[in-house]
Design a protein around this ligand. Sequence first.
Ligand code: SF4
Length: 693
Amino acid sequence: MPQTLPKPKQPTDESAPSMSHLTSCPLDCPDSCSLEVTVKENRVVKIEGSRRNPLTSGFICSKVSKFGRHVHSDKRILQPARRRGAKGSADFEPISWEAAMTLLSQRLEETVATAGAQAILPFCYGGSNGYFSQDATDARLFRRLGACRLERAICAAPSSRAYKGLYGHLPGMAPEDFEHSRLIIVWGANPSVSSIHLVPIIQRAQASGAKLVVIDPRTTGLAKKADLHLAPLPGTDLVLALALIRWLFDNHLADVDFLQRHTTGAEELRRRSQPWTLEAAAAVSGVEASDLLCLAELYATSSPAAIRCGWGSERNRNGGSATAAIIALPAVAGKFAQRGGGYMMSNSAAWQLDPSAVDGEPEPSVRSLNMVRLGRDLLSLHPPIELLFVYNANPLMTLPEQGKVRKGLERQDLFTVVFDQVMTDTARYADLVLPATTFLEHRDLRHGYGTMALQPIEPVIPPVGEARSNFEVFGELCRRLGLDRPTDALDLDTFKHRLLAQGSLPTEDSGQANHLGRALDQDAIVFPTSGRTPIQFVDLFPKTEDGKIHLVPQDLDEETPEGLYTYRPNGHGDGKAMEFPLAMVSAATRFTISSTLGHLNRRIAEVEVHADDAAARGLAPGDRVRVWNDLGEVHCQVRLSQDVRPGVVQLPKGLWSHNTYNGNTSNSLVPASYADLGGGACFNDARVEVTKI
Ligand code: SF4
């Protein structure tokens, strides 16, 4: 059925003057670029990188340079609407905001009265949210209602557990400091598409003589320019890291002095690495033992040496242990305390600001649901979810077991609200849709998790259509439901001031919220230390209880099913591997990092298959194929590629239903199993077969 909402207006006056505005990018990306946006007649006509944030260096990715197409897309939701046709049909009739808020308030109240607040599940993830749009007034609403708590575990959950367990809230290296490294190991990351500003820094380091090692099952752009590329089978990064640790100890190249002064658990880590000789790790991971030896010798003898640990190595059943072992390496080898040495993962810890604590609202004891299993929960949870409130998320496309998520959204007794910017695949199943502003239409505040900058986000155009911000809508719902209090931070200025006054700012002006607030008001960006980027174990230290690195922390050891650093085979060699012999990875591409801009990518997806695997299946380039397993199937095209290793296929992440012939994407093939830490998703544990249709 056709989408019945009105289309946005087209520009009319070519001679109208244009204006330039400064703001920042809040998309789910480490770089948090500073932007210069050109606007003409309230339309975004150009977006470029500025130099306010030095890391941005005046350039941005192609995705956001075209973000104006998203803002003014014909997929944009322009006004509230309620469902008229069947679920999934996207057949809606427009209604006023007043009618929508009345309907929604009544529905929330009725659900609480008849089924309890545990029947309400708020669902949101990443998107383009900052401190004012996620965990702010939305947390105020859902906490006071007593709704379910959502565990946001599809990304970074295992790695967050690992680095907080080992290091506390220790920020990683600043990306700028990779220029000082003599050895750079890029492990499970593809900066060419998901952290593009690191690439020229790495290239400058290489030009100065630094060696580059890439560890990735795919031959990424950087892997082609690396001195050494290791392509392990998905899920085996853990054994590679443990083999390096064992080799360092066995060859008396562990930094015993650093380990004694700054760590606990070194002997236990050494003991747990014992099963993993270079040869044993090579046999399991599918890399050459000689390449592993080369990497071990390079790492031991190069200083400063940096590890860029990405999120590719966490998306499997061993992901938490793998991350822990990778980031334990600089401690074992003594690579900290010098500019250009250490590790970088997420730098979120540079700013410990918690918008959900602004109102002083404690987190209630409520039912907690992991987003990884939304499909199962919608279908079989008791008591059931009756009201699903989705905002800034597209769970139908982004979660494992896509078939179950779709069935869950089809439930006639489920009332689904989708508050978003465009008509996503999930929004098509909504009972009520609400139009949300983009970051170019509202105020916000955001820190990067690569760059350490804290940056203001300012609106550059008025809201498109009748779009409203999260801060406004959730605040209004609190008011209507009688859940607001006189002491709440009801306006953005008060909210910002209280946020910055939380007293855990790592800046040299710690606690000086007024100073920070004024700087941000003046469109400045703020760094946690002034003058220079901080160095691990010089400026920043672990925030564990004793200030030490806990190499085998007890809580992590107890959480992992078989103990921390225990390798669990991910299907290679078992019955499932016989039936579905190909390991599937679904990585970011230059078109899609997340699903946010998926509607702008109209091309049919290609599954990348190594030429040897294609030949064994009689596949030719461009063939229409079925990628399938016991969970579902994706109909798409095949591309023969030398960029994936034999035995591994790649289907991009971030796709929408229009990108495949049958409307399913890679997540229809992904099990809703958990990683060993943090309840993380195991996207790269999917095993598949590829057959010509
Ligand atoms: S590179 Fe990242 S931070 Fe920069 S504009 Fe693109 S998505 Fe935004």
